[in-house]
Structures are given as structure tokens and as C-alpha cells.
Design a protein. Structure first.
Length: 280
């Protein structure tokens, strides 16, 4: 059977493993990542201390992008010691009350990691078509004669992602914004501009990847499907037309003011801070 992998935060229980019987040790999440990433790319690894009624020790939530990878990891690792003296217990989650059900986009770093795994480092490329300063197009209350305590700088970016072996090309457009803490400091303006540009480029790249579906076949080969979204218009425009579209007015700023991408998934334990998973 083939499985579809999207450039979105995995939210299904069939993609998530519950691991318990973990012994306290330094670098526990790193050990878990090293053991389970052998079966496929991981979105996140979170280790938490057991509740008092459950006794000493830890449990972990491991999220795969692929349900097939999660099943293989469960069958192989359940009852094995792996990196500790006592065997682990591993099961595929069946019910998760803490998960949000809406589909959330992956941030740009996660998108690149996933693309590198399934397509290869030379299997895709990206380029910035245009990156423009659109600060002030919303009026910023100047019509009311108000003196703003804080100002912001905004950049609108259009990015193109190309998969040459699959003859797929997609585009993403997004707005990045950063506050200027001290409007009288030129260095602060430069720093805020760089932050806004980085956010705009990252969000636009993520937006472009959302239109790509990876179809993973049983033999390990990967096919690609183009899945257009509401931004499909940007893919059909020429570069000159797109650059002209990005010469924004107040209306077009609102049109492309996309929601900020989620950088981390829902935590299972609000009292415990999440930790970053080490990169491959």
C-alpha cells in the first residue's frame, strides 16, 4: 500500500507512539530520537516524568510523519531494552485528548528536513522571486493623528519551490512583520527589517510546500502529487505578473496576511517545557 505524507504537523493517533517504562538518564530524548529515527523521520520526541501514582520513571510521546514508520517502530522496539537495562513498552496511540484536530502547517525548517529525507538534498530547490518592504500600507493609525508607541516593519515575500525530477513547481506568498522597539535607533530598524524578512521567507517557503503531497510506495520509492490550495493563482502567474501583484495596496496586504505558522506541536503536559529534537 502507498501512504501519503503531507508537509503538515502530524496529528493522527496512528502516527504517534506512546513509550513507557523509561529509566531516568541524561539525554533521554536524544537516546529516544537515535533509536526511533532509524525507522523514519520524526516530527517530535517528548519525554515526561510519570505521575506520582504511576511510580518513578518516565514516558515519552514520539510523533512520526508516516503511520507505516510508526507501526514498524512499534513492532520492532516493543519489549526491547534498546538503550537501557529494562525493556521498553511501546504502543501506537489510539486516543489523544490533547491533540488539536485542525491541520497545521509545518514551519520552514521542518519542511526542508522532510523534503531532504524523501526527495534527497538534490531533489528540490527553492528561490526567492521577490521580497518587498510593505510597511505603512495599513495606515498605522496616522489618519487619526495618533502617536504610536511602537512601530513595525513588514515584508511581503514570494518563494518558488521546484522538484525537477517530478516536474513540479509551486509558489508561496506570505507576510512577515517585526516590531521596532525604538524607532529612533537606526540599528533597531535594520535588525527589525532582517527579522521581518526572515519570517516572510520562512512562511512563504512553508506555504509553497503545503501544495506538495509525497506518495510513499511500498518499495520505498516516492511519487509527488501537486495539491493546489487557495493560493493556486500564484502558481499560474508569470514572474512579472507575480511581482506586479506583490506591488501591494492595503487590500492585497490583507489578502496575503497568512496566519503565523506553528513552530511546535501541542504539548501533552503543560507543566513540562518541550525540547527540540536533534536534527539528523
Amino acid at each position: 500500500m502507498a501512504e501519503v505524507v503531507e508537509f503538515r504537523v502530524p496529528a493522527g493517533s496512528h502516527q504517534t507512539l506512546l513509550v513507557w517504562g523509561l529509566e531516568p538518564q541524561p539525554g533521554l530524548e536524544r537516546s529516544l530520537f537515535s533509536a526511533f529515527s532509524k525507522f523514519g523521520p520524526l516530527y517530535s520526541v517528548r519525554a515526561h516524568r510519570n505521575a506520582a501514582v504511576a511510580g518513578p520513571g518516565y514516558y515519552a510521546i514520539i510523533k512520526f510523519y508516516s503511520a507505516g514508520d510508526a507501526r514498524r517502530a512499534q513492532r520492532t522496539c516493543n519489549g526491547q531494552r534498546l538503550f537501557q537495562e529494562s525493556p521498553l513498552k511501546v504502543c501506537v496511540c489510539t486516543k489523544q485528548k490533547g491533540f488539536q484536530q485542525q491541520v497545521l502547517a509545518l514551519n520552514s525548517n521542518k519542511c526542508q528536513e522532510l523534503a531532504n529525507h524523501y526527495l534527497g538534498f538534490n531533489g528540490w530547490s527553492s528561490r526567492i522571486i521577490t521580497l518587498q518592504n510593505v510597511s505603512g500600507f495599513d495606515g498605522e493609525n496616522e489618519e487619526l493623528g495618533e502617536t504610536l508607541q511602537k512601530r513595525s516593519v513588514k515584508y511581503l515575500c514570494a518563494v518558488e519551490v521546484t522538484l525537477p525530477h517530478h516536474r513540479v513547481r509551486t509558489r508561496g506568498v506570505a507576510l512577515g512583520e517585526a516590531d521596532i522597539e525604538n524607532s529612533g535607533d537606526p540599528l533597531e530598524f535594520v535588525t527589525a527589517s532582517r527579522r521581518a524578512q526572515k519570517v516572510a521567507v520562512g512562511k512563504a517557503l512553508s506555504c509553497a510546500f503545503q501544495k506538495i503531497l509525497l506518495v510513499v510506495l511500498e518499495n520505498g520509492k516516492v511519487a509527488v502529487e501537486y495539491n493546489p490550495t487557495q493560493e493556486e493563482l500564484t502558481d499560474s502567474l508569470t514572474e512579472e505578473e507575480l511581482k506586479g501583484l506583490v506591488q501591494v495596496s492595503e487590500l492585497s496586504v490583507e489578502q496575503f496576511d497568512l496566519e503565523e505558522e506553528v513552530l511546535s506541536d501541542v504539548s501533552f503536559d503543560d507543566e513540562l517545557p518541550s525540547q527540540e529534537v536533534p536534527s539528523n
